[in-house]
Design a binder for this molecule. Structure first.
Ligand code: SF4
Length: 206
């Protein structure tokens, strides 16, 4: 594994893809703040440069994909910065007959990042999208995630509602460090307002 150039890495049963370190948020809890570059995964996830789409494809198809449950586009950053390239990679995999369950973990603002509604482009490419809900109000969200543009909470919820039409499973997540009433309020937003699958994630420390 080339230091500073980890394109794909194993974690649990899944294979993760790290296409970018860019992000339009600066979350208080971001693993990027812990300085050493994601040592929980024992890899250095800070990229010396972003991989090309061809390098991403090669890194994925160079693996024995039968070993993994899911192929997860996540990044030590927000993966939708590379949305067009990720779609290209998935389309090439399909053309090659490479089959694996595909998921993207996102902050849900990819349509803002790409300057167009990207939700329809998930159709036929992704089996699952996981969106970080994080909290139950726009004010708390801004204080926690520090998005670099206004209206991020609504943009994220709007994307979650829209992408449901194009992806079999849409999941929204919170981390278990928030108070229990907030966890329950987030459950209502996720299940009743958006209609997505709710998951409370365990906080992972370095
Ligand atoms: S959205 Fe993800 S990558 Fe971006 S700052 Fe937040 S936790 Fe970090």
């Amino acid at each position: 594994m080339e230091k500073g150039f980890t394109i794909t890495y194993e974690y649990g049963d899944n294979l993760y893809v790290n296409p970018t370190n860019r992000c339009n948020f600066n979350c208080e809890f971001c693993l990027r703040h812990n300085g050493s570059g994601g040592s929980i995964y024992t890899h250095n996830l800070w990229l010396k440069r972003e991989p090309t789409k061809e390098e991403i494809l090669e890194s994925i198809e160079g693996r024995d994909l039968t070993k993994y449950r899911q192929l997860v586009f996540v990044g030590f950053g927000e993966p939708t910065y590379r949305f067009d390239d990720i779609c290209w990679v998935i389309d090439r995999m399909k053309a090659h007959g490479t089959k694996i369950f595909t998921r993207m973990d996102t902050n849900g603002t990819g349509s803002i990042i790409n300057g167009r509604d990207i939700a329809p482009e998930f159709a036929g490419r992704f089996d699952m999208v996981s969106i970080s809900l994080n909290t139950d109000t726009a004010e708390k969200y801004d204080a926690l995630c520090h998005p670099n543009f206004p209206g991020a909470y609504e943009a994220m919820l709007d994307f979650a509602r829209r992408v449901k039409a194009y992806v079999p499973t849409v999941m929204m997540t919170v981390v278990d460090t928030i108070p229990s009433e907030e966890i329950e309020h987030c459950r209502k937003i996720c299940e009743e307002d958006v209609g997505a699958v709710y998951r409370v994630r365990q906080y992972i420390q370095e």
